[in-house]
Write a protein that binds this ligand. Structure first.
Ligand SMILES: *[C@@H]1O[C@H](CO)[C@@H](O)[C@H](O)[C@H]1NC(C)=O
Ligand SMILES: *[C@@H]1O[C@H](CO)[C@@H](O)[C@H](O)[C@H]1NC(C)=O
Ligand SMILES: *[C@@H]1O[C@H](CO)[C@@H](O)[C@H](O)[C@H]1NC(C)=O
Ligand SMILES: *[C@@H]1O[C@H](CO)[C@@H](O)[C@H](O)[C@H]1NC(C)=O
Ligand SMILES: *[C@@H]1O[C@H](CO)[C@@H](O)[C@H](O)[C@H]1NC(C)=O
Ligand SMILES: *[C@@H]1O[C@H](CO)[C@@H](O)[C@H](O)[C@H]1NC(C)=O
Ligand SMILES: *[C@@H]1O[C@H](CO)[C@@H](O)[C@H](O)[C@H]1NC(C)=O
Ligand SMILES: *[C@@H]1O[C@H](CO)[C@@H](O)[C@H](O)[C@H]1NC(C)=O
Ligand SMILES: *[C@@H]1O[C@H](CO)[C@@H](O)[C@H](O)[C@H]1NC(C)=O
Length: 430
């Protein structure tokens, strides 16, 4: 039911008190029926809000919507909402305040409020979920929250989210498409699910220097990022298309899923000096200016494949002991040498069935060999001086086509096994 006028709403409230109280059990015993909200009620005018000013606790979901609320609206005196506070599509609303409100047991949602410039929740300490979505006129939101499990701030014109910087532990933090947001300087210590900061202001600088662990981290389109305390990412860690120049995650020792550093055009340095384990894939690709990839000296084990593509002349991965997947290393630089990786592959550190390593100058030889049991067997054969294509002990049948090309080299992958033999190893050597 919808409250159209203040006259009817009082009766509707009384009528709905029973329904609300039965669903919210014991809590209502101390709450007057006028402070219970029917689940389908929508507030459309300040007068509707005023009716709750005698309530310390509201039970039920308070939904505010429509064009009837213009200018500023406020919810006075209410300290607790046992339910949600949802302000959606109130397109004339310019300001909202609920400065006595301390606790919202469910969500606080402000969405589709095209004229809303300010929102104030000066006493708010605890909310389960916050969603601020599509608030194109907002400049400030005042809060001093201590506890929220899930926070989404998307498509707003907020210049800062300082009101949320004191949060220490959340499940989710998603801050995206806030074009005026310049800085995030957060005190978060843990993120149980995902941390995602994407497509905010051109020059967004983000620091999460207290963050010790997070399940997932994804950063896109930020200009600097700092994670001084980060030790562990349970699942994946990804930096995509950022303007970051230098990444220094000196405490990080373990990424449970994949580590991706992709298309960061300004990146010149990636230092992960304490990283030993990556549970998924290790992908460093298309970072145009990243010439020296030498910040992974302690990396020992990679649960997926190693994929490094770019213009680098140096790739230091000599600590590698175990790569479960294959390796695909490609650089346009002509003075890069595959020798070290080749050695790792020969030692069996790279266990996947595909090994590709190419640089920008030399020709590439491919060796396909199949041995039942062990899969190394690329015994020094294909040492290629430029131009020569040595097939080594190219395995029976099939196309162990060695190709010769300048600038960019051969194309292959393998994975086919001959006569039931275990592994077919495709090796491209420089
Ligand atoms: C309300 O009832 C639930 C069980 O339905 C109980 O766990 C809780 O302690 C009660 N709360 C209060 C304040 O009595
Ligand atoms: C927003 O409210 C207007 C009426 O005020 C309605 O026409 C429109 O469909 C609503 N938009 C959404 C997305 O609910
Ligand atoms: C977070 O990690 C889970 C796996 O644990 C994955 O399914 C999910 O897509 C990831 N979310 C993000 C936003 O990266
Ligand atoms: C992620 O790692 C942290 C720190 O080791 C741990 O406390 C947490 O339980 C892990 N989370 C999951 C989902 O495995
Ligand atoms: C990375 O950060 C640590 C700690 O802040 C610092 O000691 C170290 O010098 C930095 N390394 C690089 C390569 O910037
Ligand atoms: C590196 O990680 C280990 C845990 O794997 C930790 O004990 C150690 O303090 C870290 N060292 C540095 C320099 O961060
Ligand atoms: C790198 O760029 C190339 C060419 O644009 C693209 O095909 C490839 O998928 C990119 N690699 C990754 C890992 O995104
Ligand atoms: C290598 O650098 C050139 C220009 O310097 C750039 O166009 C190209 O995309 C880079 N390649 C990769 C794979 O990053
Ligand atoms: C490799 O070439 C790049 C330029 O393409 C140069 O900056 C770098 O110093 C060279 N490295 C070595 C080891 O010669």
């Amino acid at each position: 039911m919808q409250f159209k006028t203040s006259l009817t709403s009082a009766t509707l409230l009384a009528a709905s008190a029973h329904a609300a109280s039965s669903s919210s059990s014991n809590a209502t015993s101390s709450v007057p029926s006028s402070c219970s909200i029917s689940s389908s009620a929508t507030v459309t005018a300040q007068a509707d809000l005023d009716k709750y000013s005698g309530c310390q606790t509201l039970v039920g979901d308070l939904s505010i919507s429509g064009t009837g609320l213009s200018g500023s609206a406020s919810l006075a005196n209410v300290k607790t909402i046992q339910g949600d506070l949802i302000i959606n599509n109130a397109t004339m609303l310019q300001g909202f305040s609920a400065d006595s409100l301390q606790t919202i047991s469910g969500s606080l949602q402000l969405s589709l409020l095209t004229l809303l410039e300010t929102a104030s929740f000066g006493s708010l300490q605890e909310v389960e979920t916050i969603v601020f979505q599509t608030l194109p006129a907002i400049s400030t939101i005042s809060t001093n929250l201590k506890s929220v499990q899930s926070l989404t701030i998307g498509d707003t014109s907020l210049e800062s989210i300082d009101g949320f910087n004191n949060l220490e532990n959340v499940n989710d933090l998603n801050v995206n498409n806030n074009k005026n947001l310049q800085t995030i300087d957060s005190k978060l210590q843990s993120v149980a699910d995902s941390l995602d900061v994407s497509f905010n202001g051109e020059s967004a600088d983000v620091s999460f220097d207290s963050l010790v662990w997070a399940n997932n981290i994804t950063l896109r389109d930020v200009s600097s990022a700092s994670f001084e305390s980060l030790q562990k990412v349970n699942a994946s860690l990804g930096f995509f298309s950022n303007a970051i120049q230098s990444l220094n995650l000196s405490q990080l020792s373990n990424v449970g899923g994949s580590l991706s550093i992709i298309s960061n055009d300004d990146l010149t340095e990636a230092s992960f000096s304490n990283l030993t384990t990556v549970g998924g894939g290790f992908v460093i690709a298309n970072n145009t200016k990243l010439m020296q990839i030498d910040g992974f000296r302690k990396l020992q084990s990679v649960g997926g494949a190693v994929n490094v593509v770019g213009n680098f002349s140096d790739l230091e991965l000599s600590g590698l002991k175990s790569v479960k997947g294959g390796a695909d290393i490609e650089t346009s630089s002509s003075n890069f040498t595959c020798d070290n990786l080749k050695k790792l592959q020969q030692q069996g550190a790279i266990q996947g069935d595909s090994f590709v390593c190419k640089n920008g100058a030399t020709s590439t030889s491919i060796q396909l060999s199949s041995t039942s049991g062990s899969q190394s067997s690329s015994t020094g054969s294909a040492s290629s001086s430029s131009g020569s294509s040595s097939g080594g002990k190219a395995a029976s049948s099939t196309s162990s086509g060695s190709s010769k090309s300048k600038g960019a080299a051969a194309q292959f992958a393998s994975g086919s096994s001959f006569m039931g033999a275990v592994a077919a190893v495709a090796v491209a050597l420089l």
